[in-house]
Design a protein around this ligand. Structure first.
Ligand code: GLU
Length: 333
């Protein structure tokens, strides 16, 4: 537990970080403008200016600034949790037969496959995420979605997480690309059954609404070996935690995953609604939300904030020194 003095210092640092990045503005192109979008109108300026940062430590202390109670759709960030559930349901060997762990270097929705192994490259790409959702166990589609919702609620420590059906309908009506991907995968024996059902499962998980605080608690749960630091509940068998974080580390940030590892160096996942969930194993989870996206589909402010936090706290997995610790003196060395 940090002392009140340390908590105050952390709060001050986050406030300062938030104010500065808010003022610096956002020269992002929105997802839609970037030419990679396929649904929804361009976000209104007010929406694009939303911005929140939350840190949650592995002992459950939360520090939040900005619009941290504003809900947004999880989108691609849900891929992490569906993959985790598939691992828990089937074990790593079975899941590996169906979806690989290789970065593809391609855009998130590209229709490319690991042809040698007849599987999508990784579960953070749409094709691989569709397969992971397809693998989630359940007697019927309702039970599958319910199981996934339960696990998301567990990671967030928030029983009220729900699918937002307006988002889901919008996604479903503009899902031809994902639909085509799923049909193609079915024709090649990567999935079987009803394509619309697989698609609906995947798009429901993308449409679950979270706040930035939820995101940071989910990240802290991952950082805490998948035991939620607030509820104390385990959300994933220990043996799969490493699998999940490894895939996030190499494939979590769309086709900028390499640049992210180079600059920030922690496992993370982003989504096109502007969220980034970053995990500092054993230490804390970071959630950032700001909808202006760069041309890869990553939140512009989110990337900058994570770069700065990583730099100042020396969080990069290969860092040997911290430039300026956010809570006081830099560590020795
Ligand atoms: N609903 C989106 C899709 O599958 C998720 C996009 C994302 O966040 O990358 O295409």
């Amino acid at each position: 537990m940090p002392t009140p003095e340390i908590s105050r210092r952390i709060n001050d640092r986050i406030e300062e970080l938030y104010e500065r990045h808010l003022r610096e503005g956002d020269d992002a192109v929105s997802y839609y403008e970037s030419g990679r979008g396929y649904y929804g109108p361009e976000l209104a300026a007010e929406e694009r200016n939303r911005f929140a940062i939350c840190l949650v430590s592995t002992d459950g202390e939360a520090y939040c600034v900005g619009d941290h109670e504003t809900p947004f759709a999880l989108q691609s960030i849900s891929k992490v949790f569906a993959y985790g559930l598939a691992l828990a349901d089937h074990g790593r060997d079975h899941v590996l037969k169906h979806v690989g762990v290789e970065p593809s270097g391609e855009a998130f929705n590209s229709i490319v496959f690991d042809e040698r192994n007849n599987r999508p490259y990784n579960p953070m790409l749409n094709a691989g995420a569709l397969v992971a959702s397809y693998l989630v166990r359940g007697a019927d589609p309702v039970e599958k979605v319910e199981r996934l919702l339960e696990i998301l609620r567990g990671y967030a420590g928030n029983e009220s997480l729900q699918v937002d059906y307006d988002t889901f309908e919008a996604e479903m009506s503009a899902a031809d690309h994902n639909r085509a991907t799923t049909y193609l995968m079915r024709s090649q024996g990567m999935v079987s059954g009803d394509v619309e059902e697989i698609l609906a499962m995947y798009l429901k998980q993308c449409s679950v609404q979270v706040t930035c605080r939820d995101l940071a608690v989910m990240a802290a749960t991952l950082a805490n070996g998948c035991v939620n630091p607030i509820t104390g509940e385990r959300e994933l068998p220990r043996r799969h935690v490493r699998d999940l974080l490894s895939v996030m580390h190499t494939c979590g940030m769309y086709d900028a995953a390499g640049q992210w590892v180079f600059d920030v160096g922690v496992p993370a996942k982003s989504g096109v609604s502007g969220g980034i969930l970053a995990v500092i194993p054993g230490k804390m989870g970071i959630g950032v939300f700001s909808p202006g996206l760069d041309s890869h589909g990553n939140s512009v402010r989110g990337v900058r904030v994570c770069e700065e936090i990583s730099e100042r706290l020396g969080l990069h997995m290969f860092a040997t020194e911290a430039e300026d610790a956010m809570i006081g003196a830099a560590p020795p060395g």
